[in-house]
Design a binder for this molecule. Structure first.
Ligand code: FAD
Length: 381
């Protein structure tokens, strides 16, 4: 299914697969149902060089390509989908934007522990009144001597129950040009972390409250005018989201395939019923076509960052393929598919969330339509 891989990438994929099979497959189901961050797995992945894959070697990373990171997330997910979240956190998420724009001093302060799996960075972008319309964010950072004073609220941040550091989108002054970002450590006075809530996927998130939260100006990541650069970094996060959607669709597909090959009803294996064979044919086409679009976005990445259009097309295709295939897999596996004894229902719940997270499928379609008509459509009335 991965025709685009070079010989080197194939060797790397085989090595990651071998590691995942030997070290992560056992306990994958329990891990999937545990809402907390798997620090032990993060440390194991760090030792394998699977955190910071695309971060330059001189900064402590592996100096690899975005395709290497995509291969790692996709291979691991086939054996332990929860571990793929750690590859996301250590390669594609806030860490990637941080590594792209941080000062040498910030890199030195935070990157070693992040790459060792001893620290975790979360992203605080969404707010109660600024979701899809992210540029309406209100969390403010006001300069005061050598400090910034941050006030506002963030919602839905992945890993907010466990993160040791947050990359927080802030407003320095009105307008899109007033948006940038700061780094805020978990134990900073003025930051209160609310009671954990659960997503449908079982993941926890906590509301973040900033009340006169004072940080040194050295914690500024991007100043006013940084929004476009932040979103360019965020496209990598979207590639990780797309990769996991596709990977969990593939995992659900292979669980359903094995089930249909073995389970007998009416005296015949399920795979002998044409009604189910056609489902598999359609699922295979959805997965293969989404893989090609993902590969295109990743291979086209200029200077390590993929384009907004290719990313939107890839994420839309992978989000839809992952969810639709996981949904069919649950159906094909019957009561077992719907039960927490198998990972198919987990794949369904996770892939559902990625159609909302990181740019909902509707917002992606808006972006694609702008490309089609070669003009901007202002979403404000
Ligand atoms: C699993 C998960 C993980 C997340 N992780 C993070 C994280 O780590 N950090 C973070 O900051 N946020 C995170 N989020 C929040 C996520 O970014 C927002 O949920 C998302 O941007 C949508 O915002 P909203 O929930 O406020 O929905 P709204 O913006 O209120 O949208 C509601 C619905 O309306 C649609 N809609 C809105 N505007 C338009 C439009 N112009 N055209 C067509 N349809 C439109 C949306 O697509 C959606 O279906 C996460 C969310 C989920 C589900």
């Amino acid at each position: 299914m991965n025709t685009a891989r070079t010989e080197e990438q194939t060797i790397f994929a085989d090595a990651v697969r071998g590691f995942a099979q030997a070290n992560l497959a056992a306990g994958a189901l329990e891990r999937a149902h545990d809402p907390s961050y798997s620090w032990d797995i993060a440390r194991k992945l760090a030792v394998q060089g699977l955190l910071g894959i695309t971060i330059p070697a001189e900064n402590g990373g592996q100096g690899g390509t975005l395709m290497d990171a995509v291969i790692a997330i996709q291979e691991l997910a086939q054996f332990c989908p929860k571990s793929a979240d750690i590859v996301q956190a250590g390669n594609f998420g806030a860490i990637r934007t941080f590594a792209e724009y941080a000062s040498p001093e910030q890199l030195e302060r935070y990157l070693p522990d992040l790459l060792a799996g001893k620290a975790l960075i979360g992203l605080g972008m969404s707010e109660p009144e600024a979701g899809s319309a992210v540029t309406e964010l209100e969390t403010s950072a006001v300069e005061d001597g050598d400090d910034y004073v941050v006030n506002g609220t963030k919602v839905f941040s992945t890993h907010s129950a466990d993160a040791t550091l947050f990359l927080i989108y802030v407003r320095y002054h009105p307008g899109v040009g007033g948006i940038g970002s700061v780094l805020i450590e978990r134990d900073t006075p003025g930051l209160t972390i609310g009671k954990p809530s659960l997503f449908m996927s079982g993941e926890q998130w906590c509301q973040l409250y900033f009340e006169n939260c004072r940080i040194p100006s050295s914690n500024m990541l991007l100043g006013p005018g940084g929004f476009k650069r932040q979103i360019a970094g965020f496209n990598v996060e979207r590639i990780g989201n797309a990769s996991r959607s596709l990977a969990l669709g593939k995992l659900a597909f292979s669980l359903a395939r094995n089930h249909a090959a073995e389970r007998k009803q009416f005296g015949r294996p399920l795979c002998e019923f044409q009604g189910l064979q056609w489902k598999f044919a359609e699922m295979a086409v959805k997965l293969e076509s989404a893989q090609l679009l993902l590969d295109r976005a990743v291979m086209g990445a200029e200077e390590g960052l993929p384009t907004a259009y290719d990313t939107a097309v890839a994420k839309l295709a992978c989000n839809q393929a992952g969810f639709e295939v996981a949904n069919e897999a649950v159906q094909i596996m019957g009561g077992l598919g719907y039960s927490q004894e198998a990972l198919a229902e987990y794949c369904l719940r996770r892939t559902r969330g990625w159609m909302i997270a990181g740019g909902s499928i509707e917002i992606l379609k808006n972006r694609i339509a702008e490309h089609v008509f070669d003009r901007r459509f202002n979403q404000r009335g």
